[in-house]
Every structure is written in structure tokens, then in C-alpha cells.
Write a protein that binds this ligand. Structure first.
Ligand SMILES: O=P(O)(O)OC[C@H]1O[C@](O)(CO)[C@@H](O)[C@@H]1O
Ligand SMILES: [Fe+2]
Length: 207
């Protein structure tokens, strides 16, 4: 079927775009279990009245192979204890599907983890493009003090698997403040590495 071209105008300040077919929001309470300091998470959620911490506006042409979903993510700045506000994070359900992010505003990181548990960090700011290769688990983190706004694009049939992070009790590392305006990586004490069978099952080519 021949599709019509679409233009979306990005508003880097509000973190939205025109022409979107959908929008969703995540509140602080949706992220329970992700932070090391669960008490600090519960306290801040109550104190702030369970605010929206990130919102996504996207354009979805469908879910057929060969097409693209694109959109804008806006993430609020903040911290739970010494960890920065972050997205839930996922691997693509078809794990060999990649993704591109393009920074629009603010200061962020993409935390990537390979199925075998290696960590990579890519800094994201205005005008920087982050390529998330096939098979990497990915999560965005706002390490600045203003909104982080990023454009993303990924194959329409990728899907998201959120269970992979849950099954390993989080990602291998936590990103924490260094107390001096920067960030450091700290081992996640609760991390459970994936078995070689699980890794092998992920590392296939998907139809
Ligand atoms: O899907 P999560 O892990 O909650 O994170 C949201 C971000 O990832 C995406 O799902 C894109 O892969 C976007 O919606 C957004 O950039
Ligand atoms: Fe993704």
C-alpha cells in the first residue's frame, strides 16, 4: 500500500511534535522497583503527588516490517536518592532491531547493556545522534537540571520487552550523581546475569 508522506514539527521546549498518532505518559509510581532506594522513591512520589516524569509523542504508520516509528520523548529532571530520573528501559522484542536517538534539549545518557551484561554509556545532548545497535538493552537517563528532549526512530515491528530488565533485577550498573554535577557508574548489587541459554536465544535473527 502506498503511504502518504508526513511532516512533524518538533517543539524542543515542550518536548512534543505535531502529526503524532499517539501519546503516553509515565508517572513516578509507574517506575517503582527500578530504584535502589525504594523508600526514597515512595516518599518523593507522595511528596510530589505522583508527577508525570516522562512523556512520549509518536507517529506509528503500522507495525509492518520495513516501516519506521518515530517520536519525541520528554523526560523531567530529578533524582531518587543519588540516582537520576530514568526511563523503564527495554530490549526490542525482536532483539535485532536497532534505534536512533537525536538529542534536542538537555543533558542525558543512553545506558546500554549487551545480553552478556556489558555496559556502554552514550552521552546525549542537542545535535548528538545516538545509535543503539541491534541486541542492546537501552534506557535513557536525565543527568541535567532541565528537561531532556530526544527524537527517536526504530523499525515498526521492533516491539518492546520490558521483562528482560525485571528478570535480571535491573541493569548491571546504576548511574548515580558524583555529588559534583557529574555522574558515576556503580555496580547494581542485586543484578542477576543472564544464562548462556538466555543469551543464545536472544542473539538470533528475527523474521
Ligand atoms: O519504552 P521506555 O523504556 O519506557 O522508554 C521510553 C522511550 O523508549 C521508546 O519506547 C522508544 O523505544 C520511546 O517511547 C521512548 O524514547
Ligand atoms: Fe527502544
Amino acid at each position: 500500500m502506498l503511504r502518504e508522506p508526513v511532516t512533524s514539527i518538533v517543539d524542543a521546549n515542550s518536548g512534543g511534535m505535531s502529526g503524532n498518532t499517539g501519546r503516553y505518559e509515565k508517572r513516578l509510581s509507574d517506575l517503582s522497583g527500578l530504584y535502589e532506594n525504594a523508600a526514597a522513591h515512595a516518599q518523593l512520589t507522595q511528596k510530589l503527588g505522583d508527577p508525570v516524569v516522562y512523556a512520549v509523542e509518536d507517529f506509528r504508520p503500522g507495525d509492518h516490517a520495513g516501516d519506521l516509528i518515530y517520536g519525541i520523548t520528554r523526560m523531567s529532571p530529578g533524582r531518587i536518592g543519588d540516582e537520576f530520573f530514568l526511563t523503564r528501559g527495554h530490549i526490542h522484542a525482536k532483539a535485532d532491531r536497532p534505534e536512533i536517538y537525536y538529542g534536542q534539549k538537555g543533558k542525558g545518557l543512553m545506558q546500554l547493556e549487551s545480553p552478556e551484561g556489558e555496559t556502554r554509556i552514550v552521552e546525549i545532548g542537542p545535535q548528538s545522534i545516538c545509535y543503539v545497535p541491534p541486541y542492546w538493552i537501552h534506557r535513557s537517563i536525565n543527568v541535567g537540571d532541565e528537561d531532556l528532549v530526544m527524537l527517536f526512530a526504530y523499525p515498526s515491528d521492533s516491539g518492546q520487552d520490558y521483562g528482560i530488565i525485571e528478570a535480571s533485577n535491573g541493569m548491571r550498573h546504576r548511574v548515580k550523581t558524583d555529588g559534583n554535577g557529574g555522574w558515576i557508574l556503580v555496580e547494581n548489587r542485586d543484578y542477576r546475569p543472564r544464562s548462556s541459554d538466555t543469551v543464545a536465544a536472544l542473539m538470533k535473527r528475527y523474521a
